[in-house]
Each structure stands twice: as C-alpha cells, then as structure tokens.
Design a protein around this ligand. Sequence first.
Ligand SMILES: Cc1cc2nc3c(=O)[nH]c(=O)nc-3n(C[C@H](O)[C@H](O)[C@H](O)COP(=O)(O)O)c2cc1C
Length: 182
Amino acid sequence: MTKNVLFICGSLRKHSLNRQVGEYVRSLLPPAVCAQWLEFADLPFMNQDEEFPTPSAVQRVRTEVAATDAIWIFSPEYNHGIPGVLKNCLDWLSRPLEPGSHDTAMKGKLTLFCCAGGGAKARYCAADLAETLSFLQTDLIEATHVQVALNRHDYTTDELALAPEEKTALAAQAKLLCSLLS
Ligand SMILES: Cc1cc2nc3c(=O)[nH]c(=O)nc-3n(C[C@H](O)[C@H](O)[C@H](O)COP(=O)(O)O)c2cc1C
C-alpha cells in the first residue's frame, strides 16, 4: 500500500535551496512512498480571535496533515531560529481542531527534519525544530536529523550542490523513514 509523506519547506522562496534538498530526497524514495509539498503561503497569521470558525486555509492545511503518514520538514534558519512562516504554520497546527478539544493535527504524527544553512548548518533552527516538534507531541525521528552546509556556490547560483557525505546522510534518513512506514 502506498504511504504518503508531506514535505514542508520553511522557505517560500521559488529557488529555495531547502526545497531543492527536499526534491533530492524525493528522488531517493521508493515508488511505494509518495511525497507531496504542503503549500501554506495563504495561511493567515496566528490570531486567537480568528481560530473559530477555522479559516479555510487552516482547514485545508490540517486536512493535508491529517491525511499523511509522515511529515518531513526542510528548513533554513532565519536569525538563529525557525523562519516565521514555518513557525506560523506549526502554531496553527498546534491548536485544537475544535474548541475545548485536546486533539491536534500533529499529535502522534511521524516527523523528521533537515535544515540547510550557512556555516553553522542552521543548528539553531534544528534545535528549535526538535523542541517544537517534541512539544507538539509528534513522533519525532530526531536521531536522524540532517544539517546541510550551504556554500558560496549554492548561494550565488541558487543551485544546490550536496557533498557526498550529505547525500549519504539524507539517504540514511530516507531509509529509516521508509522502514518505519512499512
Ligand atoms: C531573514 C533572514 C535571516 C537569515 N538568518 C540566517 C541565520 O541565522 N543563519 C544562517 O545560516 N543563514 C541565515 N540566513 C541565510 C539563509 O540561510 C539563506 O538565505 C538560505 O539560502 C535560505 O534558505 P532557502 O534557500 O531555502 O530559501 C538568513 C536569511 C534571511 C532571509
């Protein structure tokens, strides 16, 4: 049976290098694992005054999350933290589906992440994501998380060139996910 993985990119940029990491990972997945990107640029800013009735974009995002077997986040680091657009998305996903309920779209969901950034390989974002995904009670495969170092070539051409050891690490991450999904 086909398993579904929802990719979430922490960058909305058209030529995002993190999104390119995700596309590389997609090429590693077997045919029985279907990866789709979650598009979420239309989400409003989190505002508790607007939680109910649930805004339509929030409902769509939650429906896609509910339907997937796993979530794989690919994200840059902005100012030593999670980019605001991604944090906003996670904040919406952290909230109850109904007033007074304890159920969220994220609870118990298999999650993993990869962060690509400058010299420090987006380590602050990686640490923040580990904390947030744990707090949201997701089933985080933290041990495997991969940090990719973006270099001058990547930044100036907007074309990702992964190092051999990064390809190996991503392949190991993909293999572990597939083993958990089967
Ligand atoms: C607002 C902003 C803050 C940034 N802060 C950091 C940072 O703290 N650490 C880092 O490694 N790169 C930082 N960068 C550079 C990003 O790593 C770089 O722009 C990267 O290419 C963004 O990922 P993307 O290609 O997936 O869009 C920042 C970029 C922006 C736009």
